[in-house]
Design a protein around this ligand. Structure first.
Ligand code: BGC
Length: 757
């Protein structure tokens, strides 16, 4: 008997997928389009414990067994949340041996910023303004993920976030489409390598398509109302960049976008994603988002939900129980879905499996995994990445530390491994995590006293972490903590020290999914703690551990130095120590506008000019209308001088390209990185354009005294935009101001002019 084409590795993925598709029943096809959560190990608790559970709890506990039954019937194409190689192999064997045609599963997981080795959170990677750093970090994450059997990650999150109340701001690259696009593409390259199916890499699944970050009021899952111009010019570009970088998968979003749930929007999933961006991978729904089409009162029932999602262009349903796609055969019989539409989706899923080589190598090497997970090189990558992410918000000269012998380290977050890692980590090794206190102790060395007092709580456990069951049960806030007593002890410690380092922020459980906040205030009594420490007269440095801007108005006036350290990851504490001691100069830049107060939100640097541009007509009676720190802000231990920007030629035709050149000099005595940023403003045209738009950036290292000429291109890709006036992409004949500088605060009048004829 000759071997069927689909089993022949010498055939192309397309031919193999076609051949296999022709052998599948409609039910089996629906199975390939279904992805199940699999929590736990598949072992049931004691019968007595089971008996005592509520019906709902029992259903959750028994869910893995239901998934295993589905695997045996070929009724699942994918599983998510399995990180144990032995369990992976057991489930994979069940799928292959259980199903009629032996089709392997594709395993997905949220590898957001590392698996065992945890990188700084994504917003921090964006703050490095170094796409290579993000790519290198995600390559390590991919290697660890692949070693335990994960083929595909639900990352990067490329949602533009312009409202810091939204907890998922921490997972993305902030407010800007150009920075966001560059960081999105870099992460896709890091995860996937040269091609889908490359060794030690995973498929990237940029998410959540599209507009999720614009949730009303910053409340997670709430609807998003975004104009077409904002969609095309701001929210969609990072997705386009990720698709152009070769992303194999895209995840659809939950929420309603302009009145249509994103997971049921044919305009988004087909017209934009496939027809305009040319995406040829497969689309997965967010968790239960197909079922939610009915919950959101868009679809009539589950059958309708499945039909509408599939017809919109959604290929695979991620779910916990009872998939809507399980009803696709019914929908085909009823004539609301064609079998061709089902086939198109199945073909995309099967092609991915063939590209990954799953039919040849379905299992994971259980013996090899521990070696990969403990690779010391990975920890070094995480540390170096963290060093690049810190943003020096303020420095009156107290940093870097110089010769102090008694250092007080204050704050609960200073010695909390779990918070050092941030949200969205599941398979980390908490014992390997280096906290800020540990990092400082190790760096300070013999003869320097580094003492710690936690002071007050840095967050609340009012809402348990949504992933508690995966969180190794590690509380981030001790229940028996006595704020009053500890605050007093912390102040005493500060008084007796030569420098106080106060770590303030939010514990990791206050940020991420379902973690919106209605204020940006420091949680609990942390401001009081900071004020009391500063009042001792001991020179104070504030380190901010957060994934969103917080209200730091008091700190900005009264604390001599402030360093944003994000959630810095497994080796974060060492990286923080390097920055504080000046082994490396901080050079991260803000990927968002830092408002003074939540009342200013939303606030972006790329707003439009008003009819009273000089008068600050947008004033508030009770607060400045400017941010606390602008987009792109970040100080250094070095100082830099920028020459005049030169634009050549100074006049181009529409469609032409000009070069912008500027000389940047490190005028200090220390080597440091500088992030050179190019901004433009178009003076007139078919539509008005923002007062500043980032169009390029380069992070470079300059040794003391060094001068470098930095060049950028301004061509049609940078100058075109989507106009609501013509409802299309346009490039205008106009005049364009061009600035190059170290932040978005480059001032009007200092730039050069480009004329477009
Ligand atoms: C989140 C996704 C995530 C999925 C699987 C959802 O609730 O919105 O970002 O990938 O869960 O964990």
């Amino acid at each position: 008997m000759t071997q069927p084409t689909y089993l022949d590795p010498n055939q192309s993925p397309e031919r193999r997928a076609d051949d296999l598709l022709g052998r599948l029943t409609l039910e089996e096809k629906a199975g390939q389009l279904t992805q199940y959560f699999y929590f736990g190990t598949g072992e049931l608790p004691d019968p007595a414990v089971l008996e005592a559970m509520s019906e709902e709890e029992r259903q959750v506990v028994q869910q893995p067994l239901a998934v295993e039954a589905a695997l045996e019937q070929g009724a699942a194409g994918s599983v998510l949340f399995v990180v144990n190689p032995a369990l992976h192999n057991r489930l994979q064997r069940k799928a292959i041996e259980g199903s009629r045609l032996g089709i392997p599963l594709i395993f997905g997981f949220d590898v957001i910023h590392g698996l065992r080795t945890v990188l700084p959170v994504p917003i921090a990677l964006a703050a490095s303004w170094s796409p290579e750093t993000a790519a290198e970090g995600q390559a390590v994450a991919a290697r660890e993920a692949r070693a335990v059997g994960i083929h595909w990650t639900f990352a990067p999150m490329v949602d533009i976030a312009r409202d810091p109340r939204w907890g998922r701001i921490v997972e993305g690259a902030g407010e800007d489409p150009i920075l966001g696009g560059a960081v999105a593409a870099a992460q896709v390259r890091g995860f996937q390598g040269e091609r889908i199916g490359a060794d030690e890499r995973v498929i990237a699944g940029p998410k959540h398509f599209a507009g999720y970050g614009a949730a009303l009021g910053g409340r997670d899952y709430d609807d998003a109302d975004i104009s077409d111009a904002e969609l095309h010019n701001v929210y969609l570009p990072p997705f386009r960049a990720a698709v152009e970088a070769g992303a194999g998968n895209i995840m659809s979003a939950y929420m309603d976008l302009n009145g249509v749930p994103a997971s049921g929007s044919r305009w988004l999933l087909t017209d934009i994603l496939r027809d305009e961006f040319g995406f040829d991978g497969w689309v997965v729904s967010d968790a239960n988002a197909v079922r939610s089409l009915a919950t959101q009162h868009f679809a009539r029932d589950l059958t309708d939900a499945g039909a509408r999602a599939l017809n919109a262009g959604l290929d695979m349903e991620m779910c916990m129980f009872d998939p809507a796609f399980g009803r696709l055969p019914e929908a085909v019989a009823a004539g609301v879905v064609t079998e061709e539409a089902v086939d198109t989706a199945v073909r995309r899923v099967l092609e991915a499996k063939f590209r990954l080589g799953l039919f040849e190598n379905p299992y994971v090497d259980e013996a090899a995994a521990p070696g990969v997970l403990s690779d010391a090189v990975h920890r070094d990558v995480a540390r170096k990445a963290a060093e690049k992410t810190f943003v020096l918000l303020k420095n009156d000269g107290i940093l870097p530390l110089a010769g102090q012998r008694r250092i007080a380290v204050i704050g609960q977050l200073a010695d909390s491994p779990r918070d050092t890692l941030g949200p969205w980590v599941f398979d980390h090794d908490v014992d390997e995590t280096v906290t800020i206190l540990e990092g400082l102790r190790a760096r300070a060395g013999e003869g320097v006293q580094v003492e710690h007092a936690p002071g007050v709580r840095a967050g609340s456990r009012v809402f348990p972490s949504m992933f508690d069951r995966m969180d190794h049960g590690l509380p981030t806030v001790a229940d028996d903590f006595d704020d009053d007593a500890e605050l007093g002890r912390a102040v005493e410690l500060a008084r007796s020290a030569e420098v106080a380092i106060v770590v303030i922020g939010q514990n990791q459980n206050m940020i991420g999914e379902k973690a919106s906040t209605s204020t940006l205030d420091l949680p609990g009594r942390q401001l009081e703690l900071l004020q009391a420490v500063v009042a001792t007269g001991t020179p104070t440095v504030a380190l901010v551990m957060s994934g969103r801007p917080l209200d730091l108005r008091w700190a900005a006036r009264n604390v001599p130095a402030i360093l944003q350290v994000w959630y810095p990851g497994t080796r974060g504490g060492e990286a923080v120590a390097s920055a504080l001691f000046g082994d490396v100069a901080p050079a991260g830049r803000l990927p968002f506008t830092w408002p003074r107060t939540v009342g200013q939100v939303p606030m972006v640097y790329s707003h439009y000019r008003t009819f009273q541009p000089e008068e600050q007509g947008q004033r508030y009676w009770d607060e400045e209308s400017t941010p606390l720190w602008v987009f792109g802000h970040g100080l250094s231990y070095a100082s830099f001088r920028y020459g005049d920007a030169r634009v050549e030629p100074a006049e181009i035709g529409v469609g032409g390209t000009a070069t912008v050149a500027v000389e940047v000099t490190n005028t200090s005595g220390v080597a440091a990185d500088e992030v050179v940023q190019l901004y433009i403003h178009q003076r007139h045209g078919t539509s008005t354009r923002p007062i500043r738009e980032l169009k390029g950036f380069q992070r470079l290292t300059l040794v003391a005294g060094e001068t470098r000429t930095v060049t950028f291109e301004l061509g049609p890709d940078q100058l075109r935009y989507w106009s609501a006036a013509t409802r299309d992409w346009v490039q205008d004949a106009t005049e364009i101001d061009v600035w190059v500088g170290g932040s978005s605060a480059v001032t009007e009048g200092t730039g050069a002019l480009l004329t477009v004829r």
